[in-house]
Design a protein around this ligand. Sequence first.
Ligand code: ATP
Ligand code: MG
Length: 188
Amino acid sequence: MSDVPIKKLEPKIRQGLVVILTGNGKGKTTSALGMALRACGHRQRTIIVQFMKGDLYSGEWDGVELLAPLVTLHHTGKGFCGIEGNPYPHSEHRANAQEALLLVEDILRRDQCDLLILDEINNALQLALVDLEQVKALLALRPPHMHLVLTGRDAHPELVAMADTVSEVREIKHAYRRHIEPQPGIDF
Ligand code: ATP
Ligand code: MG
C-alpha cells in the first residue's frame, strides 16, 4: 500500500453528460457496466435498461445484484432482432422496445438515478424498434444532473451530434473470427 495522500476531485460545476459508446468492436456494454461500477464508489445510483436482451443469459443480470441497491438492471425484449436463430417477428421486438421506452420515460420523469444506461438502444433505433424522435424526446427529459449512456453499434449521427462524449470501439480482432465460442465473464 502506498502512503501517498489520496485526493478526490470535485468539479466546480457538476453536470450530467450524454455518452455514446458505439462501433463494431467488443467493449461497449462492458464499458457502460464499468461506469456503473465506478459510480457505485461515489454512492451514485445507476439504472441499466437493456434493449433486445432476454433470451440469452448474461452475467451482469446477477452481477449487479452484488452492487444492490445502488445498481438495478432491467433486461427487456426477446434477444437480438433479425439475428439468425431468433424466431420473433419485428412487430414483437418493436412492441417490447416500445414498452422499454415507457419504463425509461418513467425513470427520467421521476428522476430515479444519477446514471442511466440504455444498453443496445442504438441498435434498437437502427432496426426501427424505436424512432429517432422518441429517443430525442427521452434526451430532452433528462434531468440536468443525470448522466445518460447510450450503447450499441451504428449510433445515429443526430444523437452523436447531441452527445457530450462519443467513443467508437473498433474491432482489431475478435476471438469469434477464429471460431472460438463466447466465453463466460468475457463475452456474456
Ligand atoms: P460486450 O458486451 O462484451 O462489451 P459489446 O457490447 O461491445 O460487447 P455487442 O455488439 O453488444 O458488443 O455484442 C455483444 C456480444 O457479442 C459480446 O459477447 C461480444 O463479445 C460479442 N461480439 C462483439 N463484437 C463481435 C463481433 N465483431 N462478432 C461477433 N461477436 C461479437
Ligand atoms: Mg453490447
